[in-house]
Ligand binder design. Structure first.
Ligand code: SF4
Ligand code: SF4
Length: 375
């Protein structure tokens, strides 16, 4: 049996999504292989912050509804949960359509709060990660991830979705602790993933995002719903299918650094409606670079990453960008932003939290040159 199963699904019509999601679970033996009766199952959605559904930032409610109905049919109690970086949970969850799904099915939709220590997985690099208590108290976690590009981490799919189990602003603190090193941040993601141990990952790639993801890119119709037990394998295959290079994907580099077996890709791992050598046409990927060829010093690393810049004509002056910046590298005053690029750790949280796409990425000359000669 393949480790990753992809179903072709072109729209969010509920009946078709229900069938597609059931088909994904059935490939792995059915929902009852992952959910025991009378247990509490956390459905970890991708919420980020309050965005309209049409922006395709968040897991589509039809996917959440389909998964929740299957869990209910299996005799368990699902609850929808996530922790936005800065927004009010209620407002963000209403915009994303999660509150409505919960009301309709009579289930809970709640914020992940109350940080507690995550027992470290074997060989973890980070021993003191705190995730929400609700994550550890759930009997199982099903991750409902979204297929998107990501300015800092190249792509966000199954593994990255678990970063949201860290409550609220603690996430920005981790960005600051890890700093400019993307492989180190990817290592942190691997440790969170291994510690939380979702029993299943369901990926919403019906309409995902390319370009300046995870919040300011453009919707891209991948027409795909994916499922897997091992999200790392799925993420690596999708990197290739999106036309990306694994060597540009910090998650892959971190996994290779840990000698994880998933780094050996085997075409037999992928089954379903998409062949493993299928490549989606013209996907715009971030120009994230790995710094593996150059010395790892902050000056060089800053030159080798795009920097955030302001687009004043789009700005509404909400100040969320400055509020989320853990490095204190950004000041907001009357719709003007003042960046201190010497302090900036290129985490792009400001870009991610901007509700109106008023922050963009700008490549340095050196990065442009390297991209020109190597892409
Ligand atoms: S300015 Fe933006 S990219 Fe730079 S550290 Fe602050 S939040 Fe991160
Ligand atoms: S750049 Fe975006 S987040 Fe920052 S103040 Fe302007 S609108 Fe708000």
């Amino acid at each position: 049996m393949g480790k990753v199963f992809f179903v072709r699904q072109g729209d969010y019509g509920q009946g078709a999504v229900d069938s597609a999601v059931k088909r994904v679970f059935d490939h792995f033996g059915g929902i009852s292989c992952f959910v025991r009766p009378d247990t509490r199952v956390l459905l970890k959605v991708n919420l980020v912050s309050g965005h309209d559904i049409e922006r395709r930032v968040t897991t589509d409610p039809s996917i959440v509804r389909a998964a929740a109905k299957l869990v209910l049919e299996a005799g368990a109690t699902p609850f929808i949960a996530d922790s936005p970086g800065i927004d009010s949970f209620q407002r963000a969850a209403e915009k994303a359509g999660f509150v409505q799904v919960a009301e309709e099915l009579g289930i809970e939709c709640r914020e992940l709060t109350d940080p507690v220590d995550l027992p470290p997985a074997e060989n973890a690099d980070f021993k003191h990660i705190q995730v929400s208590r609700q994550v550890l108290e759930a009997d199982s976690v099903i991750s409902l991830a979204k297929l998107k590009t990501h300015g800092q981490m190249y792509l966000t799919m199954g593994v990255k979705n678990l970063f949201g189990t860290i409550p609220g602003r603690l996430k920005a603190g981790w960005h600051y602790n890890v700093g400019l090193n993307r492989e180190k941040f990817a290592s942190l993601l691997l440790d969170i993933y291994a510690g939380v141990k979702p029993t299943f990952t369901l990926l919403d790639g019906v309409i995902g995002m390319d370009g300046d993801g995870p919040t300011s890119g453009e919707p891209y119709s991948f027409g795909l719903i994916g499922g897997c037990v091992d999200a790392l394998t799925m993420d690596f295959w999708l990197c290739r299918m999106l036309g990306g290079k694994l060597e540009d994907y910090p998650l892959y580099l971190a996994a290779r650094g840990k000698n994880l077996p998933q780094c050996e890709l085997d075409a037999g791992d992928v089954e379903g409606d998409f062949s493993p050598d299928y490549v989606f046409p013209n996907v715009k990927l971030p120009k994230t670079r790995s710094m593996r060829l150059l010395p790892r010093i902050p000056f060089i690393e800053r030159l080798m990453t795009s920097r955030p810049v302001h687009i004043p004509e789009k700005c509404i002056g909400c100040g969320r960008c400055a509020a989320v910046c853990a490095a204190h590298a950004l000041r907001h005053e009357n719709k003007h932003l003042y960046f201190d690029y010497g302090k900036c750790i290129r985490c792009y949280c400001c870009h991610e939290m901007c509700p109106v796409k008023a922050i963009k990425f700008q490549e340095s000359r050196l990065l442009k040159m390297v991209n020109f000669f190597t892409h």
